[in-house]
Design a protein around this ligand. Structure first.
Ligand SMILES: Cc1cc2nc3c(=O)[nH]c(=O)nc-3n(C[C@H](O)[C@H](O)[C@H](O)COP(=O)(O)OP(=O)(O)OC[C@H]3O[C@@H](n4cnc5c(N)ncnc54)[C@H](O)[C@@H]3O)c2cc1C
Length: 83
């Protein structure tokens, strides 16, 4: 496409993936460049040393995530994770 708009996000962790989702509303194409490998199952990964530690998602963050990914809270709860 000649006038296609394309956004590039470097880093595909929480901030990068969320930025990619937000940009998808405004660009024809979004590419996320991640140097690490994503695990097949939810698990810590090498490129994210802090992923081994427990994290808490604050309420406002959960609300924003739910707007971008409807049903996320229910999905997390179904997997036994508390959002
Ligand atoms: C012990 C601990 C506990 C924490 N608890 C909480 C908590 O309870 N709640 C909370 O909100 N936050 C918590 N944090 C902070 C939280 O982990 C970070 O704020 C969050 O991970 C930052 O997300 P991010 O997507 O910005 O960066 P990161 O998660 O660090 O991701 C960066 C990504 O960029 C990729 N990358 C880096 N360089 C390149 C490159 N050159 N090319 C391509 N890809 C690249 C990496 O592989 C990685 O995937 C905690 C942190 C620690 C250490």
């Amino acid at each position: 496409m000649q006038n296609e708009t394309h956004a590039l996000v470097i880093g595909g962790s929480l901030a990068g993936l969320l930025a990619g989702r937000a940009l998808a509303n405004h660009f024809d194409r979004v590419t996320i460049l991640e140097r690490d490998f994503y695990p097949q199952q939810p698990a810590p990964r090498q490129g994210l040393p802090q992923s081994r530690f427990p994290h808490t998602l604050m309420l406002r963050g959960q609300q924003v995530l739910e707007q971008f990914f409807p049903g996320l809270k229910a999905e997390l709860l179904a997997q036994g994770r508390s959002p």
